[in-house]
Design a binder for this molecule. Structure first.
Ligand SMILES: Nc1ncnc2c1ncn2[C@@H]1O[C@H](COP(=O)(O)OP(=O)(O)O)[C@@H](O)[C@H]1O
Ligand SMILES: [Mg+2]
Length: 197
């Protein structure tokens, strides 16, 4: 279905994911509409990260279909898939920063991959994103091993937001952040504008 005819920007139908004998997701359906924030909550091991990773294509599914922005991700060509990936940002549960790259290089990575812009503009984007997540520009030349857990999460968030994505997947965005004491573990899937006003 064309994106214009379909206000669900994520459409998951009947997905089943299994590791060996363990079935983690069993016939799961969900729709996320433009402008909507969906949070999923559950105990450790419930399948929150697996669901996120299945939607973005990192975990293989046994059955079911996934459409994002009206594109069936199993049927998509590599250029269609790349066009979808250009429109989403992902914060992984452990940050998943590249350990051999500095904070600056980590945040600039998506822009280098998808945009052709000058180093000066890349640096401006990087500083703006660092400030947005509450970090000082001075941390730009540190490596991930020189950051606290909370700082890693903030840098990973800055990287997820680097291309001003229309859609963000946030896997436990608040865990490990010192000033925030979340009572529950939560994953979010949201259009960026809904989170940042
Ligand atoms: N790559 C994998 N191989 C085998 N089992 C996995 C894999 N990824 C996740 N699991 C299992 O799937 C279940 C759900 O994990 P996960 O989605 O990470 O939980 P959470 O809700 O805490 O994010 C757990 O039992 C976990 O051990
Ligand atoms: Mg998880």
């Amino acid at each position: 279905m064309a994106e214009e005819d379909n206000d669900a920007i994520i459409r998951v139908r009947d997905i089943t994911v299994q590791f060996g004998e363990t079935r983690v997701l069993d016939g799961l359906n969900l729709d996320v509409k433009r402008g909507e924030i969906l949070g999923f909550v559950g105990p450790s091991g419930a399948g929150k990260s697996v669901l996120t990773r299945t939607i973005i294509g990192l975990v293989p599914k046994v059955s079911g279909s996934i459409e994002v922005f009206g594109v069936d991700l199993d049927a998509a060509s590599s250029s269609q898939r790349r066009a979808v990936e250009r429109r989403w940002g992902i914060l992984f549960q452990q940050g998943a920063l590249f350990s051999s790259l500095t904070v600056r290089q980590n945040i600039q990575f998506p822009a280098r991959e998808y945009l052709r812009v000058s180093q000066r503009l890349l640096d401006e984007i990087m500083v703006a994103k660092l400030v947005m997540v509450g970090l000082k520009p001075e941390v730009a030349d540190r490596y991930p091993s020189e950051l606290s857990g909370g700082m890693i999460k903030r840098v990973a968030l800055a990287r997820a937001l680097a291309l001003d994505p229309e859609l963000v997947f946030l896997d436990e965005p608040t865990s490990g952040l010192d000033p925030i004491a979340p009572a529950i573990s939560t994953n979010w899937c949201a259009p960026c504008s809904a989170l940042w006003g």
